[in-house]
Design a binder for this molecule. Sequence first.
Ligand SMILES: Cc1cc2nc3c(=O)[nH]c(=O)nc-3n(C[C@H](O)[C@H](O)[C@H](O)COP(=O)(O)OP(=O)(O)OC[C@H]3O[C@@H](n4cnc5c(N)ncnc54)[C@H](O)[C@@H]3O)c2cc1C
Length: 418
Amino acid sequence: MSDTTISVEEFRQEARAWMEANLQRRTSGSGHTRPETVEALVEQRALQRRLFDGGFAGISYPAEYGGRGLTVRHERAFNEEARRFVVPDLGVAGHVTMGPIGRSIVAHGSPEMKARHIPKILSGEELWCQFYSEPEAGSDLAGIRTRATRDGERWILTGSKIWSSGAHLADWAMCLARTDWSVPKHRGLTWFAVPTSAPGVTVRPIHQINGNAEFCEEFLDEVEVTDDDVIGEVNRGWAVTQTMLVYERGGGGAGGGRPEPRQLAPDLVALARRVGRTDDPAARQAIATAHIHDYAQYQLRRRMAARLRASDKPDAAIAAYSKLAAGVLTPVRARLGLEVGGPAALTWAKGDERGGRAALDYLNGRIVSIAAGTNEVQRNGIGERVLGLPREPSFDTNKPFDEVLRAARNWDSRAGAN
Ligand SMILES: Cc1cc2nc3c(=O)[nH]c(=O)nc-3n(C[C@H](O)[C@H](O)[C@H](O)COP(=O)(O)OP(=O)(O)OC[C@H]3O[C@@H](n4cnc5c(N)ncnc54)[C@H](O)[C@@H]3O)c2cc1C
């Protein structure tokens, strides 16, 4: 049967049969720790390869680059079936590789670049990370200062990046650099594919208070790349950024492909059982609230994904709705976990991964309201670009970027008022 005609239900059955034959069933005891070392990833990469060889990696990626060329609905069906099986976990690097990075390369990379990287991405051979934030440019992403200078056939990259999730585990980075300083900040930007092992790249994990080192800072010291490594067009990197942000914010295929939360908040139900509160009205109320939030987010994501698919160009402001919902509701849900677990959720035996989940979710709950753009940035985007509200006053949007930096260096109250 041709893949272009396979129905979602037929595909679901094919996927289920393949999983029965090729994957282990998930059991209540199949606890799993996210891979945080290169060594821990070896097994997960092998499992990803098995998926790829079976035709179940990159279900909504183009078939000519190793994907299956199907729809997000097919992908969702696969994900729903896969909940009962042990599937690869390539950690945070895997998440960004298959999501924003792979999709941006498909949308903007040259045919040669796609042929070079996409099959390796889908088979788990290449893991990528994102080098966009800098110590002085986070929300103001267009204000980055990493420089790429042309030198004959080569580009030379110099600068520093920060908060790059999974960079210590990644083989490549998608790196944003400034290639023209004489134009306003949103122009003159270019994305490059940079091997993290290239001479001149230093990757340093940042150790967090919870003991994890999930993201890193990097220093780029005269790193050489070539025209072949340019993703999209030189100086038109902002167009690539829009695609990247749509997927980064959970839009497009990524958001629409997530399974329906059919079961009543399973993590909270398990927690209530563990602490003996399944009959407690307050705990039941908290579980019901969490389920309502899960469903509301699921429906919103689907609706936004459909709007994004119908649109002729990537619209990061539409994707901002789902991102904002996640940024607002994730901390609320994490708090509900603590309400269900009570004091018992605050202590757990060393090595008991599940025991600590509610407390760690609570501590990590704010991540989603910052990573991939803060709640305030999403609200600005929705307000200005979807609802048509007045734009924030800006002193630098239309000035050549080198002039903005010069003015900032010589800043006084008169320059600031310009
Ligand atoms: C878990 C995690 C993973 C991340 N992963 C990556 C990654 O893989 N690669 C990468 O490059 N970056 C990554 N980041 C960085 C992330 O994109 C930035 O943290 C984010 O964009 C915010 O930038 P900032 O931290 O510099 O905060 P700032 O931009 O300094 O913001 C500080 C505060 O000011 C507010 N603010 C700023 N501008 C405005 C405005 N115009 N209007 C209203 N309020 C405003 C913000 O909302 C925030 O509350 C990650 C961050 C986190 C937390």
